[in-house]
Design a protein around this ligand. Structure first.
Ligand code: ATP
Ligand code: MN
Ligand code: MN
Length: 301
């Protein structure tokens, strides 16, 4: 008896494309999750993550010896990542260009994990149009001791203020301490306009309610307040990509949520790399349909 040929063409398996070494190496000592667990998470979550991670210059947080040891941010690569991690030349302010990294598929994510990557941070522009931003992020950073309820209220207020300007926004739990309010934009404006809009928006909030919000970096001025970090929106800055794992205790992940369910969460890290299945289930829900996508342009303010 000859076994039947499968009907469909054999699927190219990411596991064949990228070999993960030292699968048993513990990357998260607190929970015991290994490099293999992390690789499996990214292989599972790739279909949900790639719409936000692919074809976008990325910076990687690499922790080759695990999150408790030395970690570093990496924007460039000398070729060690292999054929699934691509390069895009980007003009430097001082002249010339530098090659930045981007991936286009699950194999690209996995190649980064093989190199010790835990976190993926993305530019607010596509690798095909690096001078035309398409994503604005208001990164809400609460001062230590602030209640998560204050962060949630701040995110909701920002959503309302953006809506008043005709902008649809989306909420993401960072997997760390805060919430990111994400504003997708149709490309067509410059980085200067992008940063300028976000700066004026954040400053208007802090001027209207200085006891709640602060829009300057200075740590001293942040006491008991929420820092609206608009500086994610300048050329070359990055923000953590939806569904990225975080190099923090418990192996949490950054998670898109609907505005409706924001109230239900007690902190910014309710999901971890063990939750790929649950995240897929969530992503099928009506509340999350279309998360992170909208055709809209920056208004004049
Ligand atoms: P949290 O909710 O805990 O604040 P976060 O991802 O928002 O998590 P931040 O420290 O507020 O973390 O940083 C915001 C963003 O700034 C990060 O997502 C990252 O993309 C970028 N960033 C942080 N540190 C660096 C760094 N050393 N070099 C380059 N970019 C960084
Ligand atoms: Mn933050
Ligand atoms: Mn920040």
């Amino acid at each position: 008896v000859t076994p039947e040929e499968p009907d469909e063409a054999p699927q190219e398996d990411v596991a064949d494309a990228v070999k993960i070494s030292s699968r048993n190496r513990v990357i998260f000592p607190d929970g015991g999750q290994t490099k293999g667990d992390l690789a499996d998470y990214y292989a599972d979550i790739a279909p949900l993550m790639l719409p936000f991670a692919a074809f976008r210059p990325v910076s990687l947080v690499r922790c080759p010896q695990g999150r408790a040891r030395k970690c570093f941010f990496q924007k460039h690569d000398s070729g060690s990542f292999g054929p699934h991690v691509h390069h895009v030349p980007i003009a430097e302010k001082k002249g010339g260009t530098e090659d930045y990294l981007y991936v286009e598929d699950a194999a690209g994510l996995l190649a980064c994990v093989q190199m010790g990557t835990i976190e993926f941070h993305g530019w607010g522009a596509r690798s095909t149009e690096v001078e035309q931003p398409d994503r604005m992020v208001f990164d809400l950073d609460p001062d230590e001791g602030l209640d998560f309820g204050d962060v949630k209220q701040a995110a909701k207020d920002i959503r309302k203020k953006l809506a008043d300007l005709g902008l649809t926004s989306f909420a993401m739990l960072s997997g760390g301490k805060g919430v990111h309010v994400v504003v997708p934009l149709t490309p067509g404006h410059s980085w200067d306009e992008h940063k300028d809009f976000s700066k004026r928006f954040a400053e208007a909030l802090s001027m209207a309610e200085p006891e709640r919000f602060v829009a300057t970096m200075s740590k001293a001025k942040r006491k008991g307040k929420i820092f609206i970090d608009y500086l994610r929106n300048q050329r070359g800055s990055t923000a953590v990509v939806p569904y990225s794992a975080r190099a923090r205790a418990g192996a949490p992940v950054a998670v898109p949520i609907s505005w409706k369910e924001l109230d239900d969460f007690a902190n910014a890290q309710p999901f971890s790399i063990s939750d790929a299945k649950a995240l897929h289930k969530r992503a099928e829900s009506k509340a999350l349909a279309g998360w992170g996508f909208a055709e809209q342009r920056l208004p004049d303010i």
